[in-house]
Design a binder for this molecule. Structure first.
Ligand SMILES: NC(=O)c1ccc[n+]([C@@H]2O[C@H](COP(=O)([O-])OP(=O)(O)OC[C@H]3O[C@@H](n4cnc5c(N)ncnc54)[C@H](OP(=O)(O)O)[C@@H]3O)[C@@H](O)[C@H]2O)c1
Length: 284
C-alpha cells in the first residue's frame, strides 16, 4: 500500500515511518510540504496518488498558540480539511490525530468519543475545529485522539524529566492533573494493526491511548525511577497546578476511554507502564 505520512520529523510521524516500513512510504517534512500552503498540499497528494493519507503533523505548541492563533488554525484545521477533501476525491482513507485538549477536563470519569467538546485554549480550539472540519467533509476519515505523547525524540515530558533529574537534586511535578501517557511507538503499532481493517463501516472518532492512567507526578516517578538510579525519589515533590502556572490552562482530567477502538478493531493494549518500559529499553 502506498501511504503518504506528514510530519515525519515529529514524534508520531517518526514512529510511523519505522513501524510501517513494509509499505511504500512517502514521508513528508515541512520542507517537502508546508501545511500553511493549501495548494501545495493538494499538489503533493495529486503527485503521489497515495492509497492512504496519515496526518500526524500539527501545530503542537500549546502555550505559544495563544499568541499565533491564525497559524494554529491554518495547520490544525485548514490543512486537515484539505487532506480530507483530497482523500474523499480519491476515495481513500484518511487518518488524522487529535487530542485530549478538546475537553476541559472537568469530568470525573474517562472521556468517551461522543462527549461534548470544550477546549480550554487556542491549541485545543484549533484541533477541535480540525476534527469538525474533517467530519464535515466525510468520506473514509478516522480521527484518533491521543494524549501525553512522549518518545525518545523531540520535546516531551519523558525527555525533560530524564534531563532535569540529571541536572537537579530536587524536582516538583504537578500531581492534580491525570491522563494517559502514550508513547509514539504504541501509537504506530496500533495504526499498523488498524490499517488492514479500514472500511466505510468503521470510520469516525476514536481514542487511542494505552490502558491505565496516572498523574504527571506518578509518570515522572516511573520515568526517573527507571532511568536515573542516582536521583533520590524522596526529592521528587508532588505539587498542585496553581504552584506551576502555565499560559494556557490544562485539563485536570485528560483520561480518554480506549474501549471503543479496542472493540471495533479487536485490539489488546498494554498499560502505560509497559509502554514506558519499551521506550526506555529501546534507548539502551
Ligand atoms: N505531543 C502530545 O503530547 C500530543 C498529545 C495529544 C495529541 N497530540 C497530537 O498527536 C499528533 C502528533 O503529535 P506529535 O507529538 O508527534 O507532534 P510533534 O512531535 O510536535 O510533531 C509535529 C510535526 O508537525 C510538523 N509541522 C508543524 N508545522 C508544520 C507545517 N506548517 N508544515 C509541515 N509540517 C509542520 C513539525 O515539523 P518540524 O519538525 O519541522 O517542526 C513536526 O514534525 C498531533 O496531531 C498532535 O496534535 C499530541
Amino acid at each position: 500500500m502506498k501511504i503518504l505520512i506528514t510530519g515525519v520529523n515529529g514524534q508520531v510521524g517518526h514512529a510511523l515511518m519505522q513501524e510501517l516500513i513494509k509499505h511504500e512510504l512517502i514521508g513528508l517534512t515541512r520542507q517537502d510540504c508546508d501545511l500553511t500552503n493549501l495548494d501545495q498540499i493538494r499538489q503533493v497528494i495529486d503527485q503521489h496518488q497515495p492509497d492512504l493519507i496519515i496526518n500526524p503533523a500539527a501545530y503542537t505548541k500549546v502555550d505559544q498558540a495563544e499568541d499565533e492563533p491564525e497559524l494554529a488554525f491554518q495547520i490544525n484545521r485548514d490543512a486537515p480539511r484539505v487532506m480530507a477533501e483530497k482523500a474523499r476525491e480519491y476515495n481513500i482513507p484518511f487518518i488524522h490525530f487529535s487530542t485530549d485538549y478538546v475537553f476541559n477536563g472537568e469530568k470525573e470519569a474517562a472521556y468517551v468519543e461522543d462527549e461534548p467538546t470544550h477546549p480550554l485554549g487556542v491549541y485545543g480550539q484549533s484541533k477541535c475545529a480540525g476534527d469538525e472540519a474533517i467530519q464535515e467533509v466525510g468520506g473514509l476519515t478516522y480521527i484518533l485522539r491521543t494524549s501525553w505523547v512522549y518518545s525518545n525524540i523531540g520535546h516531551n515530558f519523558y525527555l525533560t524529566m530524564k534531563r532535569l533529574s540529571q541536572e537537579r537534586d530536587e524536582l516538583k511535578v504537578v500531581a492534580d492533573q491525570i491522563g494517559v501517557p502514550t508513547s509514539n511507538v504504541f501509537i504506530a503499532e496500533q495504526i499498523k494493526r488498524i490499517i488492514p481493517q479500514l472500511n466505510q463501516n468503521n470510520t469516525g472518532v476514536y481514542h487511542l491511548v494505552p490502558d491505565g492512567s496516572c498523574s504527571w507526578y506518578e509518570f515522572a516517578k516511573q520515568i526517573i525511577g527507571h532511568t536515573n538510579p542516582q536521583f533520590h525519589l524522596e526529592h521528587l515533590h508532588a505539587i498542585q497546578t496553581h504552584e506551576f502556572p502555565t499560559k494556557t490552562k490544562r485539563p485536570a482530567n485528560s483520561v480518554l476511554s480506549n474501549v471503543k477502538i479496542k472493540q471495533v478493531f479487536d485490539l489488546n493494549f498494554s498499560d502505560w507502564q509497559r509502554c514506558l518500559s519499551q521506550v526506555i529499553a529501546e534507548e539502551q
